[in-house]
Design a protein around this ligand. Structure first.
Ligand code: F0G
Length: 458
């Protein structure tokens, strides 16, 4: 008999979590203005709000914390991080930053100016925010297949060659760089193939542009390449990572994801000149160039996390857990983005709750239902997040109304995943009776989803 699959680690330290009653949760979510960001963490049983900064560090990472060098300049921790980045990602220059969006802020301060156009594959919100804040435009060149949740495609994060070339051909003079997000968070944690990255490189060379990777989940991307791209099936994760980054000139990194730390990020690049220019902004916004908003101990843990995060056994454990949840949901007939992505499950709320009008926020309604059902916190990626049109102030309704269940790394067991699956099934079984959603009582002028206050429609 073939042995079943099991995790590639055992547990040395635990953190208690609390269950609650449905009555308690109904009261808490009401007090939170029906906004899951407004809940206290101890009001949540299984927290799938994000996989960012919520992972469990290993014993080796914790021992690296003790070895952190807190010198202001030239700390050994900086050099440890530099060596890990050089060895794994192949960049000789880097700048530490306190997290991913800070890396974007520093790099884009050098590269983006008013009127620019930055093509890419479904830019993450903060990436788009840092582009638009500079009065530039993010143009989405993701392949059309990504927007049909039922369609099976091995690389739904891919860049559409024709769309990208069209931007470069018609507006190339306004393009400072091309950005590729690996894996593509906004399309459901979907990977980009190595072949597609090479295509982007070819087009960039043809039009004389630089390529930046938004690399938050680069290792999960490499795992999918190994499994799904024939030419790479015998290569190690590190070899694939090397080939991926050979297609880039620079990268931004939110280390809170694939480097499995609670806080941290960096920018890495090949060009010494770009490093010099970015250093100025790093010093203004983040800190001196050898710490950039990170403490020495955190840089040590990050360096160690880069090595662990690119081990096949770790990645297999991680992604198979996400699949464990996704497969159960599919067996229950629950509509999710397929194939299952790297860092979470994206439930198609339009198809899950067809009786709730889109004006009443279907994905948010589903996320609230799931919280009430079992104390599970997911997050809306739909009309609330899409916000209003800056000019007309009308609500924008995106192509996909999703509820994301992001799975923290090395934190929950498959038993927790089973609870999530059954809780969603229970809601799915009574979906016909859910006909009403929520209306907005109060919202901020931008990024409203974090603080929006809602009321139940009765
Ligand atoms: N790029 C991607 C693809 C991301 O998913 C994130 C963060 C960032 C950049 C920004 O990094 O949070 O360190 O400043 N994503 C988190 C999430 C917030 O929940 O998906 P950060």
């Amino acid at each position: 008999m073939e042995l079943p699959f099991a995790e590639s680690y055992k547990i040395k330290m635990v953190e208690p979590i609390r269950k609650s009653t449905r009555l308690e949760r109904e009261e808490w979510i009401k007090q939170a203005g029906y906004n899951l960001f407004g809940l206290k963490s101890d009001q949540v049983f299984i927290d799938l709000l994000t996989d960012s900064g919520t992972g469990a560090m290993s014993d080796r990472q914790w021992s690296e914390m003790m070895l952190g060098d807190e010198s202001y300049a030239g700390a050994s921790s900086y050099f440890k991080m530099k060596e890990a980045i050089r060895e794994i990602l192949g960049f000789n220059h880097f700048l530490p930053t306190h997290q991913g969006r800070a890396a974007e802020n520093v790099l884009f301060s050098v590269l983006v100016k008013e009127g620019d156009i930055v093509p890419g594959n479904s830019h993450f919100d903060t990436t788009k925010g840092h582009i638009e804040f500079r009065k530039a435009k993010a143009v989405d060149c993701t392949i059309g297949e990504a927007f049909d949740t039922t369609l099976i495609h091995p690389f739904k994060g891919n860049v559409d060659e024709a769309k990208l070339e069209n931007v470069l051909k018609t507006q190339g003079d306004k393009v400072p760089f091309i950005i590729v997000t690996v894996t593509c968070n906004s399309s459901g944690g979907q990977p980009v193939s190595l072949e597609n990255l090479k295509m982007v490189r070819r087009l960039a060379d043809k039009y004389g542009k630089i390529v930046v990777f938004d690399s938050a989940r680069f290792a999960e991307n490499a795992y999918f390449i190994k499994l799904r791209e024939k030419s790479c099936q015998d290569k190690s994760i590190r070899e694939i990572v090397e080939k991926m980054f050979a297609c880039a000139d620079a990268m931004t990194m939110s280390a809170k994801k694939d480097a499995i730390v609670n806080m941290g990020g960096f920018i890495a690049m090949r060009s010494k000149e770009l490093h010099e220019k970015a250093s100025v902004f790093n010093i203004i916004y983040e800190g001196y160039i050898t710490y950039g908003g990170m403490s020495g101990r955190d840089m040590n843990a990050l360096a160690q996390g880069l090595y662990e995060g690119t081990e096949f056994d770790y990645l297999e454990t991680r992604i198979r857990q996400v699949e464990h949840l996704g497969n159960q949901l599919m067996a229950f007939g629950i509509p999710i983005q397929q194939p299952i992505g790297g860092h979470g499950i994206f439930v198609d709320a339009k198809r899950f709750l067809p009786n709730v009008p889109k004006e009443e926020f279907q994905a948010q309604t589903l996320a609230i239902e799931l919280y009430k059902e079992a104390g599970i916190r997911g997050v809306e990626i739909g009309a609330l997040l899409a916000d209003r049109d800056p000019v007309t102030r009308e609500n924008r309704y995106p192509a996909l109304e999703l509820m994301r269940l992001a799975i923290p790394r090395r934190v929950y067991t498959n038993n927790h995943m089973d609870v999530v699956a059954v809780a969603l099934k229970n809601i799915f079984d009574r979906r016909e009776s859910i006909t009403k959603g929520y209306r907005i009582l109060h919202e901020a002028p931008i990024m409203r989803h974090f603080t929006v206050v809602l009321d139940m429609i009765s």
